[in-house]
Ligand binder design. Structure first.
Ligand code: 5IU
Length: 250
């Protein structure tokens, strides 16, 4: 490996977005580059999970619309408390993919009112740069490439997507399965220590592989942690694997 990975400290000097700074500061403080994906169906289990893994993660990634019992007071208020208690950001993996006006409505209205509580939101860039203009007081995590088999995010798509990402000041990070320029934060899902994939197109790599090969800043781990018999122990394992790989890649 010739090129070395840039450190979180150095990246902190390059990023502009306040949410990017906060995320990097948490990583440095906690010695963690782990984002736990909580693809969990009930509020009780989501909160228990957040409390268990909270000390070990930089962000909790939610799919708030899969909760069967969502309620702003009993889901969001305690979740925000846990985020503060354990110092992690909340990243709603909404994957906005519409025109700007519709995305703005989806962001602030309906039953989830994402703009009230999310620190980060994911968005496709398929609608073009101006479609992302309406995301205020939040960090947009733009999707550059997907981990699933047969994804349409080929090299040409990614090249055009990167032009949007680099020129859109609301974007604070991107999600991809490849290396990106040093002045952006990279997050990589499709990370698992034991499985190679699932039967629905997901493809996995180890933390070491994505950090070493793509220089990813943050690994996103779902089933590897929340399906484990002891999610807290497993979160520690991924956190340590991620941090060791980071230090080795520097
Ligand atoms: N996710 C991916 N791949 C992607 C994108 C998002 O897996 O390319 I963009 C999401 C889907 C799920 C989590 O919420 O990340 C991964 O979960 P598992 O680790 O359980 O596969």
């Amino acid at each position: 490996q010739e090129k070395k990975k840039i450190s979180y400290e150095n990246k902190l000097e390059k990023v502009e977005h306040p949410m990017a700074k906060r995320l990097l500061e948490i990583a440095i403080e906690k010695n963690s580059n782990l984002i736990a994906s909580a693809d969990i169906l009930s509020t009780r289990e989501l909160l228990d999970f957040a409390d268990m893994v909270g000390p070990h993660i930089v962000a909790l990634k939610t799919h708030i619309d899969i909760l069967t019992d969502f309620d702003a007071d009993s889901t969001i208020l305690p979740l925000k408390d846990l985020a503060q208690k354990h110092n992690f950001l909340i990243m709603e993996d909404r994957k906005f993919a519409d025109i700007g006006n519709t995305q703005e409505l989806q962001f602030s209205y309906g039953m989830y009112k994402i703009s009230n509580w999310a620190d980060l939101v994911t968005a496709q860039v398929i609608g073009g740069s101006a479609s992302l203009d309406g995301f205020h007081n939040v960090g947009v995590v733009a999707i550059l490439g997907m981990s699933s088999k047969g994804t349409l995010t080929d090299a040409h798509y990614r090249e055009e997507a990167m032009k949007i990402i680099e020129n859109q000041s609301n974007v604070m990070a991107c999600v991809a399965q490849n290396e990106i320029p040093d002045d952006l934060i990279l997050m990589t899902p499709g990370v698992n220590l034991s499985d190679a994939g699932d039967s629905k197109g997901q493809q996995y790599n180890t933390p070491e592989k994505v950090i070493n090969n793509y220089h990813t800043d943050f690994i996103i781990v779902g089933r590897g942690i929340y399906k484990a018999e002891n999610p807290e122990q497993e979160a520690v394992k991924y956190k340590m694997a991620g941090w060791e790989a980071y230090k080795k890649a520097l």
